[in-house]
Ligand binder design. Structure first.
Ligand SMILES: Nc1ncnc2c1ncn2[C@@H]1O[C@H](COP(=O)(O)OP(=O)(O)OP(=O)(O)O)[C@@H](O)[C@H]1O
Ligand SMILES: [Mg+2]
Length: 320
């Protein structure tokens, strides 16, 4: 039997670490798993229903899903995006906006000829760059808690948006911008889990502690403000990306960082890491997941295999 919808944010305030790559391949990978595997691990052979949420003004997830040309046409048509939803929902509890109408169905490219059947997209917009500013300056006139606690309505906006459609999905993945400001805080609030992709370099490894500490701080603040009604967002894990291998092992400088992380964060570090290689950027440029290039062998097959393993590990971690 299927469980309720599970929502996961992919966060790191460092840029270029693989947030979009991971969000995109986790979401699309679910439709590409073998039916037998799904039957055993997800309770049904059918592909789960997935919503990808592009919560970043750079719109990289939307571009990967639709292709740059289609995304630009979408913007030119003035189509609705998550940025409009933030604007509509920030000011009120029950706006008339119908979230279903903002979601693109059957639009996410699987390869040159096909689209994913069960992967939907709530697209991003460059105007999301103003959304954090709107959060900062906006003050709801009827808000009474402001003297005694945090302005909770400012953290609940994305949760309110997603609550309209949660019943339609088994998994929601939210791709976040390289920051921990309001739109990321909204994503964390709306999520059951968060994932942190990181590069195997010193600065990236050093910064992880602050991210985990900040999310713990948010969780504590929200638990306190909601008198125990808020369920803390759990760390699903840290995924090392862009690992360079020699003789099937990370090169020594990266191996030292990886071992250091495992010592510090123990089981929170994914056992599977993603290697560096040009198949992922090539696939993203062609607006298709690297799984669809796997038949060509080489780097594509390897990165597709590792991303599938990361997905399987993710599923095991969130069902523990
Ligand atoms: N394992 C990999 N090997 C090679 N290139 C990769 C790998 N993972 C990601 N990339 C490339 O690195 C770049 C950054 O990846 P991505 O956009 O996923 O990071 P991000 O954390 O979402 O970045 P931002 O913070 O800007 O949103 C992209 O061009 C992507 O194609
Ligand atoms: Mg990104």
């Amino acid at each position: 039997m299927r469980k309720e919808c599970r929502t996961t944010s992919i966060v790191n305030w460092k840029g270029g670490v693989g947030k979009t790559t991971i969000a995109y391949h986790l979401g699309t990978g679910l439709e590409m798993l073998e039916p037998e595997f799904r039957e055993e691990h997800l309770g049904s052979a059918e592909a789960p229903r997935v919503l990808l949420v592009d919560n970043d003004a750079q719109c990289n997830l939307s571009i990967a899903c639709l292709g740059a040309g289609e995304f630009e046409k979408m913007l030119a048509r003035g189509s609705k995006t998550v940025a409009d939803l933030y604007a509509a929902f920030l000011s009120g509890d029950s706006p008339a906006a119908k979230v279903q109408e903002y979601i693109l169905r059957g639009a996410v490219r699987r390869d040159a000829a096909r689209k994913f059947e069960k992967v939907d997209l709530l697209p991003g917009h460059p105007d999301l760059v103003f959304t954090d500013l709107n959060f900062t300056v906006y003050s709801r006139p009827d808000f009474k808690e402001s003297m005694s606690g945090p302005p909770m309505y400012k953290f609940r906006v994305l949760d309110r948006i997603l609550s309209q459609v949660r019943g339609e999905y088994d998994f929601i993945f939210i791709d976040c911008p390289p920051s921990m400001h309001f739109v990321t805080q909204n994503a964390v609030y709306a999520s059951d889990f968060y994932l942190i992709p990181a590069l195997p370099d010193w600065f990236s490894a050093y910064g992880l502690h602050s991210i985990v500490a900040k999310v713990q701080e948010f969780n504590r603040m929200w638990e306190l403000a909601e008198n125990g009604c808020y369920r803390a967002t759990e760390l699903a894990g840290i995924i090392m990306n862009q690992v360079v291998e020699r003789k099937k092992r990370p090169i020594s400088s990266q191996a030292a960082i990886y071992e250091g992380l495992k010592e510090r964060y123990q089981d929170s570090v994914f056992y599977t890491y993603l290697t560096a290689g040009d198949a992922i950027p090539r696939a993203l440029h062609e607006a298709r997941p690297v799984y669809s290039l796997a038949r060509s062998g080489g780097t594509a097959a390897k990165q597709a295999r590792l991303l599938r393993r990361i997905l399987v590990e993710f599923l095991a971690r969130i069902s523990e």
